[in-house]
Design a protein around this ligand. Structure first.
Ligand code: ATP
Ligand code: MG
Length: 627
């Protein structure tokens, strides 16, 4: 490609709406243009990167035995009603009506379509297992589409779905996919960590995410990991052991329960100051609303945060949120900071909406006229509190020296309603080996998921098994954000001058820069190398523009071509300069040696065994890259 013809409108300044580096650099370097929030043009350079990532994904998926198909973006609502997701998907789902007034959606994902497709096409166990994938645009009306290609409202995903006759066979395929993913990301030049992730309220379901680790705020997910045993999980899922599991307030409050004044203490900080105690001695009661109608309480230690996904799963909600001031007044007869049940009576009961999940209910029998009753879930952190502080819903007061009832029935009731609901913290102990847990940020580039029979049951998708009975398909699904992977590579490989693409996904591998295009010797040598590169299958640009060398160098660096060959003054002696974008290594070579050198670099960057060895050795981050 001649630079004079390349359609890559560059910008001098970062666009003001671009908060993260990949969004800034991809826009400035002429790769993308925003059309609306979260909706982009992929200009020619970006499209080449996308095609490279897609090619790697296709090769590895095919190699793992999956088959590519293409499903429609526009889908009838009927399928979504059947699966039950029409009612629960929320505003991310883009819904519209066709001319016959039929409800339709733009696919945010394709479980519904693939399950119905499998149901129509697979009749017998003999046709199983099968793994079907597509690379397709996806639509999600994200609340905050603010990170460029990392979180678009229209984006490109590889999604695969596998169908099995047994959980064991699903688990086999799951491992095959995990290995394919490891290979895909390594081949893109990305070191990823596979971490346990949340699988929703499906009990026992297994899922993992592939994370590109980064310390910048472009990493939207927290990743907790243990260097000693390899445990790794995302923030929604990570468990941890508290180093100070038992906290006793005897020295501060004594052992008899009493009510004390705590005026203006509507947060943990002011309460700890007022009562001169650590936050860990408080049993905090959070009032949540399940699915907009059902209030419930969560007890958690004052120094910890509740992880809402864990809470949501524990009560099998589609959605939860903290109660507002009016709701706190209505359901707890209290105000922010003073919610608690000290003084309420504990009962073993299941309220509507919490059946099979929560059997602990607290009732305010002393306030009969209000009929106050709330289901309660405990985070395991509060079980070992002794002589602690808790509110009793009286504004301006707290109870201190409080203890859980000691009798066996109450203890059992408390324990049955205890869950892991807290957000792990760096410095807590690893749940598997007790070593110290670390935390970093990550960009989720892919995930794999054991769905089981969730969709096949909802949509009555069955096959005839060997024994003649109809059985539901056991399913897995596996996603990769193609456009997000490309953006994550920019987050990982860049410096103050621009992008530094890994060779395997660079739009062009080499930029040939004649310093002075009017100099016949330089131009002839540059053009010869450019032609040789093309003939050798190495994609290159040649900067034939009538620009100063500085401008050409700057653009080459901004656009991030991995190898730059400068044809300058020494061209007369047949000597060229080869500079690596990442690391900045410079070599002067006789013209004849340039192509073999470049080929060796490409070989190095695309050889799987070499990539594996490089990442095992903990290859250092690109210059200036966030690490
Ligand atoms: P996230 O938690 O980041 O919203 P998700 O759990 O919704 O991701 P999936 O529905 O499993 O993601 O989609 C599979 C993959 O698609 C993700 O791993 C991610 O790489 C990519 N992806 C998801 N949402 C977006 C988006 N809005 N823009 C770009 N890529 C996305
Ligand atoms: Mg999402």
């Amino acid at each position: 490609m001649r630079m004079s013809q390349l359609f890559a409108p560059t910008l001098r300044e970062n666009p003001h709406e671009a908060e993260v580096v990949s969004h800034q650099l991809l826009t400035r370097a002429g790769y993308i243009r925003q059309i609306a929030r979260g909706i982009y043009n992929y200009l020619p350079l970006m499209q080449r990167v996308m095609k490279k990532v897609e090619a790697i994904v296709r090769e590895e998926m095919d190699r793992a035995g999956a088959q590519e198909l293409l499903m429609p973006i526009m889908q009838p609502a009927d399928l979504w009603i059947e699966s039950g997701r029409w009612a629960v998907y929320g505003k991310e789902l883009i819904r519209f009506k066709d001319r016959h007034d039929r409800d339709c959606v733009l696919g945010p994902t394709h479980e519904e379509v693939i399950t119905s497709t499998a149901n129509n096409g697979i009749h017998s166990y003999k046709q199983l297992p099968v793994n079907l994938y597509q690379i397709q645009n996806k639509y999600r009306d994200e609340v905050r589409p603010r990170f460029g290609l990392l979180r678009g409202r229209e984006f490109i995903m590889k999604d695969a779905y596998s169908f099995h006759t047994s959980q064991a066979d699903l688990e086999r395929e799951y491992d095959v996919m995990a290995e394919a993913y490891r290979r895909i990301f390594l081949r893109c030049g990305l070191d990823t960590r596979m971490v346990q992730s949340d699988s929703g309220a499906i009990g026992g379901a297994v899922s993992h995410e592939f994370m590109v680790l980064t310390q910048t705020h472009s990493g939207e997910d927290d990743v907790y990991y243990c260097d000693s045993c390899g445990y790794a999980a995302n923030g929604e899922r990570a468990e941890s052991i508290l180093p100070d599991a038992t906290v006793d307030g005897q020295a501060i409050f004594g052992t008899t329960e009493q009510v004390v004044d705590t005026p203006d203490c509507d947060d943990i900080e002011s309460l700890t100051k007022c009562l001169k105690m650590p936050a860990s001695l408080i049993c905090k009661a959070l009032l949540y609303i399940k699915d907009e109608t059902m209030p419930f309480l969560v007890f958690i230690r004052g120094d910890l945060e509740a992880e809402e996904i864990k809470v949501q799963n524990a009560v099998a909600a589609n959605h939860i949120r903290l109660a507002d001031a009016d709701e706190v007044a209505e359901f707890a007869h209290s105000a922010k900071g003073y919610v608690g049940v000290a003084g309420w009576r504990m009962c073993n009961e299941e309220l509507p909406g919490f059946e099979g999940r929560v059997s602990l209910v607290y009732r305010a029998e002393h306030l009969k006229e209000y009929h106050l009753q709330l289901p309660v879930l405990l985070d395991s952190s509060v079980l070992n509190l002794k002589n602690f502080a808790m509110a009793n819903n009286e504004i301006g007061k707290h109870v201190v020296g409080y203890n859980w009832p000691h009798d066996r029935a109450s203890q059992e009731l408390l324990e049955t309603n205890t869950f892991d609901l807290k957000r792990a913290r760096a410095g807590d102990q690893c749940p598997t080996c007790l070593a110290e847990l670390n935390m970093t940020r990550g960009i989720e580039v892919g995930n794999i998921f054991q769905l089981g029979t969730k969709y096949s049951e909802a949509m009555s998708a069955t096959y005839t098994d060997e024994d003649g009975t109809e059985k539901h398909f056991v399913m897995g699904c596996y996603g990769i954000g193609i456009s997000r992977t490309a953006a994550a590579a920019v987050e990982r490989y860049h410096d103050q001058d621009g992008i530094a693409w890994p060779i395997p996904i660079a739009p062009y591998v080499v930029s040939v820069v004649p310093v002075n295009a009017d100099d016949q010797t330089q131009w002839t040598l540059a053009k010869q190398l450019y032609d040789d590169l093309q003939a050798a299958g190495v994609e290159a640009v040649i900067d034939d523009r009538d620009e100063r060398a500085g401008v050409k160098f700057k653009d080459s660096e901004l656009m991030g071509f991995p190898i730059r060959v400068t044809v300058g003054k020494k061209a007369a002696d047949g000597v060229l300069e080869v500079k690596l974008r990442e690391g900045g290594d410079v070599k002067e070579l006789p013209a004849a040696e340039v192509l073999p050198y470049i080929r060796s670099l490409v070989e190095e960057a695309t050889d799987f065994a070499k990539l594996e060895a490089r990442f095992k050795a903990g290859q250092p981050a690109a210059a200036g890259a966030a690490s």
